[in-house]
Design a protein around this ligand. Structure first.
Ligand code: SF4
Length: 364
């Protein structure tokens, strides 16, 4: 008799309910050993929750960092376009599945499992898109979607009797009723949100990510991690061949600490020296910052200190701003103002939207 416990399924666990249910189906109803992969990048992933999920859900979960590959995917412009904002869902899924295929081969697992539901999202979960994802990830017969499997062709694991097709589901459409009922049956009390909380679906984050993509030569994961660490200000190139200058100003203590932590060896760090105020990071972009831009960055840093601004308005007194460049420290005297020359400004969603629209869209 077939001992199913010897067989393993690799599950893509996003942190949303559908992938969690899929893992539980494979583990509890199909009796397979389950290895969950949780993908992490600057845009998605909750590695800080893995310990908690392991304990609460009794699952073996491995984090997989795909930050650099995802940055490359964005830089190369996704083949299948974007969803509602800047989310390249089809290419993203193909990328994750290719990584999961490596783990499947390494561990001898019989299939890869995802939580997709036919018709749940307008395009990325349409039948033809599901087929494109399977085809481009080169997983014919190996990709199992337990929540909607009854609507899809049987996989090899089903044909070989390792997975009982009769115990798989035929969910479709946008209703969450079936998933809620299944969650109750598995005794899942913490119901996560349907999606995993991808920042590329949020306009507020996407506008800054797009600016990074547009104005950074060979953007890396670290360039995108900085998006969450403060206000994003850009001085756009005036002359052809000049690179844009990016200044990130912390909005609170958490941002300030993140900027200190994320600063690269050639980045500039600014902080008010004689009054409370933010930390700001001037990103190295392949050339040294000109003196005018350094002074503008010091002024902008000081302009986000309420006390520095009040003192300047009352007495005209400038603010001491400490600039750190590697091991060197320089004390600058800056007027706390925002109308600097050269000018720095935020990249707006309207700016980004037009650019993104001109790329092909995939819908998500
Ligand atoms: S929303 Fe799309 S791009 Fe974001 S993680 Fe999900 S599949 Fe990937």
């Amino acid at each position: 008799m077939l001992d199913k416990r010897k067989h393993k399924a690799v599950v893509l666990l996003s942190g949303g309910l559908d992938s969690l249910l899929s893992a539980k189906i494979m583990q509890e109803e199909q009796g397979l050993e389950v290895l969950c992969l949780h993908f992490v990048s600057p845009f998605f992933g909750k590695p800080h929750l893995l310990e908690h999920w392991r304990a609460v859900h009794g699952l073996d979960i491995r984090p997989v960092d795909i930050g650099e590959e995802f940055a490359e995917l964005l830089a190369a412009r996704p083949l299948h376009g974007y969803g509602s904002v800047m989310n390249p869902c089809v290419d993203c899924k193909i990328l994750m599945l290719r990584r999961a295929a490596g783990v499947m081969r390494e561990t001898g697992a019989c299939c890869i499992v995802t939580g997709e539901v036919l018709g749940q999202r307008p395009m990325s979960q349409r039948r033809d898109t599901l087929n494109i994802i399977r085809r481009d990830a080169d997983l014919k017969g190996l990709l199992l979607r337990p929540l909607c499997a009854r609507h899809l062709e049987p996989t090899r694991a089903e044909e070989d009797g390792l997975v009982d097709r009769e115990k798989l589901y035929g969910f479709s459409g946008r209703s969450r009723k079936n998933q809620r009922e299944l969650a109750a049956r598995f005794g899942i009390e913490e119901i996560p949100s349907p999606a995993g909380g991808c920042k590329l679906t949020e306009q507020e984050t996407a506008r800054s990510c797009w600016a990074v993509l547009k104005y950074t030569t060979q953007a890396r994961a670290a360039d995108f991690y900085l998006v969450a660490a403060g206000r994003q200000l850009w001085h756009l190139p005036v002359e052809e061949g000049e690179s844009a200058l990016r200044l990130i100003v912390g909005r609170n203590e958490k941002d300030n600490a993140a900027l200190q932590r994320l600063a690269g060896p050639r980045d500039l760090l600014f902080s008010t020296a004689d009054l409370p105020g933010p930390t700001a990071l001037g990103r190295f972009s392949g050339r040294e910052w000109p003196a005018g831009a350094v002074n503008a960055a010091a002024s902008l840093t000081a302009s986000y200190s309420g006390r520095a601004v009040r003192r300047f308005q009352e007495s005209g007194r400038k603010t001491a701003v400490l600039m750190r460049a590697g091991n060197e420290e320089v004390l600058l005297s800056a007027a706390p103002v925002r109308d600097t020359a050269p000018a720095f400004a935020e990249y707006t969603w309207n700016d980004a939207r037009e650019d993104i629209r001109s790329s092909r869209t995939c819908g998500a």
